[in-house]
Design a protein around this ligand. Sequence first.
Ligand SMILES: [Zn+2]
Length: 194
Amino acid sequence: MSRLDNDVVLTLNRIWQPIATTGLRKAMNMVFRGRARVVDADTFQIFTWDQWLAEKAVAADNHVIERDYLRTATLFVRKPQVVTLARYAGYPNRGVPYSRRGVYERDSGRCQFCLEHVRKKDMTVDHILPQSRGGRTNWTNCVLACAGCNHRKADRLPHEVGMKLVREPFQPTREQLLLQGVDVPAAWRPFLDA
Ligand SMILES: [Zn+2]
């Protein structure tokens, strides 16, 4: 069943704004339990699980593109790619609140000075303008740093120690954060901002 976990489903709120990427197993679970519906990314029709089975399953002796289907004993069922939550209509703010985890996602798990990959548990957040000089904890003053670079920079500005940021830090949108590091399938495009 591990293949189920390699497939990622775009989760929309009730008014079709992208709010999360979800493993296929979890997304299907939400649909089974009536908490979400499947969205057909071609026709924009929505389906309960029973409706999806009725429309999007074929007998297992058919030829299908296997990666697009789940195989049961007797059926190939088209894998859902997009689901919409039945109840939650919360509006995801454009401005995502600052968080350490968000810094990690925005910076793709790479130290913003040396580009070294940093494990989540080893991450440090570097304040570009150090806190000791009044630097704030926010999206534009904080970057992911490896322990070595953070230690080397310490309470100084990057140029004071001959260091350089690989990219200016920025305030990410929720969509940028949720799509970070995800291979975006074509089926999701109509549901995403340009
Ligand atoms: Zn580094």
